[in-house]
Design a protein around this ligand. Structure first.
Ligand code: GLA
Length: 727
């Protein structure tokens, strides 16, 4: 049993392998007592010690109860004296915005219920999983909140979400409904998060928590390139292998907010959920609203363990489908090979070359439909451009069949170009405010997926092509942010629901597609990593990590992404040199070494390669095929931080610890630099490993203790080692 309730102490204790999470009911309030290293099972009431610090805040119940502003609350609400960031804000029928939640009941069940219409972590039969559901009620408004806590005991994961239930006879408005809130009795933390922009996503920032609110958010109608929907709090000295690390990830792809604040009493509160600046919901009598899910973990051993916990749960209990646990096909994507400039002949020549080099899947990127010679038209018209492909998709498919290569294709299903047959037929299907100009981004508008008929159109136009059975892989793109958000089918007081309804529409559409086409590998993309989030991973097990395909830039991007997301989800391709985005000239081996830490492929024109590079492709494709499964299921260790140092290094250790793939890249040369050696982690200390390329043998103890020398002196050069246990 992982969840315990003591009636005597009015306490809930949720135990995972390495942590405990404790709550207590006091005077009807649900207090948060503790989250940290695992405890034994006993009364923890001493952990709540009131100091009576008033500082101008009212006491509950006419000065007899405690001061809400100074107690750790499990799901804090607005209106009665807690002046910190609330988790819930409701507008009552009388216009007041008070909600006062008190414990009503609870139940503990085995397993994990799904979330209505939303992506979520799931449990399999073999999992040790229990769920606690605590119901809180505001007796005056008759609004109840059900708090869900599911613990994956062996995986050190706690998931949370809330369900707001309107038991009254009137409508209420939800202004804010966060998925999780955690109060800490200290603000002695560092905050770690991602920041970035298009083609520079998910760099890492770390700073001490200060007094005031620190908010990471998006109101772009997408999780965005700018911040990522997660938040990490660590003890100030925590590093990869030591110190406390708390992680919160939101399973959602739209606008979000993750906030942590340092309070007047030196405590901290972290909340994560839908962005209240971009959200509102009218809840009619008898209805309920489900928030997205927050996934939380705690590691007493630093960031590496925290990341490993997230990698494990996301890879095995969020991603789904037949590609979940296996390496992905080695692909070549046509984008940086041809951009819009291709036809059947050119694709066939590329395909012939792919067959010769050992590539298993050819992706036709943007440009195969409508009249799309550039990015200013045709989105929405998912009909083959016969000027380029006179024999349709079949023409290229039949050719690939003979070569034993699979076919992938690019769509941007959520978009419409004003210059398209779809827009001419249905100008009101895009997101817009009637009577206002429609802002275009990359010459395009967004289809309004909060309208069911639009989702049906997208389903039908894609299914028509997917049903032919020719397509093995879909790259699902999304290339702008939302503006002028409205849905004229909804009344004015429901307009703040539109972005969330959009995502409910998208998730429903994706669920239909992945259910009906279970053999297709879906990859999500949004100008690279503009929607790299746990929400989409439920439907698509990999993401085009960034439009920046430069190996040196990818070091930071992939390193930052790895804080939360597993390698199996990061698409990484060997691109041409000089790189198209940065002009960096890098050796082939460096491009390979960096791409090998993800779902692997090539982003170049193989017909333009020298014989030497063709041989490089052959050699490297074969290495990925041999080790791909071990990479997908392996444990990733960050060894050198490219944000802080003149190099990057990492290793991936297979589940059984018999294989270790280690990489090192020198990003900046300073003459007569240090004698670099890379200490590995995660190996069996008493095993002997042989390095594949040199044939040299080392003990695990040597590799972890002294490490492996990395004697490089040329910028952008790299070393790749593959250690295999000698049995
Ligand atoms: C986006 C993607 C690219 C490519 C182009 C095509 O920018 O991130 O990989 O597919 O669209 O227009």
């Amino acid at each position: 049993m992982a969840i315990h309730y003591s009636k005597e102490c009015a306490q809930f204790q949720i135990d995972a392998k390495s942590f405990s999470y404790v709550m207590q009911v006091k005077d009807g309030f649900l207090l948060h007592l503790y989250w940290g290293e695992k405890l034994d099972l006993r009364d923890h009431a001493y952990m709540f010690w009131e100091q009576g610090r008033a500082a101008f805040s009212p006491r509950m119940e006419n000065c007899r109860g405690f001061i809400l502003d100074d107690v750790p609350l499990e799901y804090p609400c607005w209106g009665r004296g807690d002046m910190r960031t609330p988790a819930l804000e409701i507008i009552n029928p009388d216009g007041s915005n008070i909600i006062d939640l008190r414990y009503e009941s609870h139940e503990i069940i085995d397993g994990k219920p799904g979330l209505k219409g939303l992506p979520a972590v799931y449990a399999e039969e073999s999992d040790k999983v229990q769920t606690l559901i605590i119901t809180l009620l505001d007796k005056i408004s008759n609004v109840a909140v059900k708090l869900y806590y599911t613990v994956f005991e062996d995986k050190d994961i706690l998931t949370r979400h809330a369900e707001i239930v309107n038991r009254s006879a009137d409508s209420v408005y939800i202004n804010r409904a966060m998925s999780a809130s955690v109060d800490f009795d200290s603000m002695h933390f560092d905050v770690i998060s991602n920041y970035g922009t298009h083609a520079r996503e998910r760099h890492i920032q770390r700073s001490p928590l200060k007094y005031g609110r620190f908010t990471l958010s998006s109101r772009r109608g997408a999780s965005s390139h700018v911040h990522n929907p997660f938040l990490i709090l660590t003890s100030p000295t925590a590093d990869e292998t030591s110190g406390d690390a708390y992680g919160f990830v939101l399973v959602y792809s739209g606008s979000f907010a993750a906030e942590v604040s340092g309070t007047q009493f030196h405590t901290a509160r972290a909340v994560i959920g839908l962005n209240p600046e971009e959200f509102g919901w009218k809840l009619d009598a008898g209805e309920s609203f489900t928030t997205p899910e927050a996934v939380m973990t705690y590691s007493p051993n630093g960031l590496e363990q925290m990341s490993a916990n997230f990698h494990n749960i996301f890879r095995t209990r969020l991603c789904r489908g037949k590609y979940r646990d296996v390496r992905r096909p080695v692909l070549l994507n046509s984008w940086e090979a041809c951009y819009f400039n291709f036809n059947e002949d050119r694709l066939k020549k590329i395909a012939d070359c792919c067959a010769d080099l050992g590539i298993e899947l050819l992706v036709i990127d943007d440009g195969w439909f409508g009249k799309r010679d550039t990015d200013n038209c045709s989105l929405g018209d998912w009909v083959v451009d016969r000027r380029k492909l006179p024999n349709g998709i079949e023409g290229i498919y039949n050719h690939l069949q003979k070569l034993g290569i699979k076919l992938g294709i690019w769509f941007e299903p959520e978009m419409v170009s004003p210059d398209s047959d779809l827009y001419r037929a249905h100008p009101d299907w895009c997101i817009h405010v009637p009577g206002r100009p429609r802002s275009e981004g990359r010459h395009q508008l967004i289809l309004n997926l909060s309208k069911p008929e639009v989702c049906d159109y997208i389903y039908d136009s894609l299914a028509k092509i997917l049903k032919t059975g020719m397509i093995a892989y879909v790259k699902w793109d999304y290339n702008r942010n939302m503006t002028e958000i409205a849905n004229e089918q909804l009344p004015p007081d429901r307009q703040r629901e539109v972005t969330h309804r959009y995502y409910l529409g998208l998730y429903g559409l994706l669920e239909r597609l992945v259910t009906d086409f279970p053999d297709i590998l879906f990859e999500s993309c949004s100008g690279g990593g503009g929607r790299y989030d746990a929400g989409l991973l439920y439907y698509m097990p990999q993401v085009w990590t960034s439009d920046n395909s430069d190996a040196i830039e990818r070091l930071r991007i992939q390193y930052g992404t790895s804080l939360v997301y597993p390698l199996s989800t990061m698409s990484a391709h060997v691109s041409a040199s000089p790189n198209h985005q940065t002009g960096h000239v890098t050796p082939f081996n460096t491009r390979f070494t960096v791409a090998l830490t993800g779902s692997f492929g090539y982003e170049l024109d193989p017909t333009a390669l020298s014989d030497e590079d063709k041989e490089n492709v052959r050699r490297t494709a074969a290495i990925y095929k041999e080790y791909g499964d071990r990479i997908v299921n392996g444990t990733y260790h960050r060894l050198r931080d490219p944000h802080m140092e003149d190099c990057a290094a990492w290793c991936i250790v297979s589940e059984d610890k018999s294989t270790c793939i280690a990489g090192y890249v020198l990003t900046h040369v300073r003459n007569y630099g240090p004698n670099e050696r890379i200490r590995l982690r995660g190996l069996k200390k008493d095993a002997v490993y042989r390095e594949k390329f040199s044939g040299k043998e080392y003990s695990g103890a040597q590799l972890c203790g002294y490490g492996i020398p990395a004697p490089l002196s040329l910028e952008y050069h790299s070393l790749l080692w593959i250690f295999e246990e000698v049995k």
